[in-house]
Design a protein around this ligand. Sequence first.
Ligand SMILES: *Cc1c(COP(=O)(O)O)cnc(C)c1O
Length: 456
Amino acid sequence: MKNEIPYKIYLSESELPNAWYNVRADMKNKPAPLLNPGTGKPVTFDDLAHVFCDELVKQELDNDTAFIEIPEEIRNFYKMYRPSPLVRAYCLEEKLQTPAKIYYKFEGNNTSGSHKLNSAIAQAYYAKKQGLKGVTTETGAGQWGTALSMACAYFGLDCKVFMVKVSYEQKPFRREVMRTYGASVTPSPSDSTEVGRKMLAEFPGTGGSLGCAISEAVEAAVTHEGYRYVLGSVLNQVLLHQSVIGLESKAAMDKYGIKPDIIIGCAGGGSNLGGLISPFMGEKLRGEADYRIIAVEPASCPSFTRGRFAYDFCDTGKVCPLAKMYTLGSGFMPSPIHAGGLRYHGMSGILSQLYDDGYMEARSVTQTDVFEAAEQFARCEGILPAPESSHAIRAAIDEALKCRETGEEKTIFFGLTGTGYFDMKAYEQYNNGTMTDYIPTDADLEKGFAGLPKIG
Ligand SMILES: *Cc1c(COP(=O)(O)O)cnc(C)c1O
């Protein structure tokens, strides 16, 4: 190869991070506090502790500690599938005839197929340490439920997953992976919770939504002795755990003297992007270095690019704390696109604040353009990417093509969050030419904004 940079840069076990990095410690404008939906006041430890595990509540509320040690049990689990490779996309560069250097961090090398395992194992660990019997959660596309069921199996915890009904029916294989790892999987809305029964009475035959499944999972946690609720994205604690992605990337890059000019990630609830960028963002916040950081979201669910920065409900049943975030409104119904992991109406409070303060950019891309990039990537880099991840691929390719025009040798770095083996229905539609693009009108978005709570 023309260059001394290897195709894959791996860290050794001894170089793995010992602590997660909490980017909030370096933010001057901290993310706005979560509010108790009953009182409208900032949530306290006690408000959250009957829903979430104690240690995770502490992490959620900690805006000041920069480094939080990764417990040895979690580090040992990480060693089964980490470090994840940092790959130089030599073949893609060649195909694009670009002078840009392209790197990606690949998080799909575990059975759950995505980065979500990084936080699932941490959350399961703290539940176990607290002596709980089990945890409840929701899953949309199924990746989070899969990751959590793997983590719970490892620590011998019970795992109750509420799976959005359309996915439950359309993705039977995801469901069976979860059951193989010992989780119980209930289609949502279900008649096992009050909120689910209400939903079924009001909208018989509904395919469900992520917001409703969250409400059911929270209710199941608070009504079962020895259970807590866990969530796979959006929350500060999840971004904290995902910082392992960015820390490994930074360490590997430093080893070879690589400095990215542009850092790109897909954004659903913001956890992989938040984790990927965290150490780089830390340098930016402290004035030590500068990077262009780009969040990529679907044009059909454009929270950053067309949403409002406001307090909103995190779930349909309005039982969760209110969060200040870029949001389309908890009543926004995104069209059924294939990147199920990017369909949430809101965005991480940390990323929302950083975006509002001008530390990062955002852009939206349409579904067919995303699959075109996915296919191009699969054909030269070998990996079959998840539709969610392919949003980042689209933007990375677009930036590399700009470099071809200008002749600039930029270094482009993106997060490849997972594999797409369970998304072959989507690939089938793309291959058959029947995939469509849906972009909500301003009037569609107004309906979602109308449901925002009046606060402040
Ligand atoms: C869940 C998921 C995402 C989006 O979630 P974030 O919290 O925004 O990272 C992206 N890629 C894959 C493969 C996912 O499973």
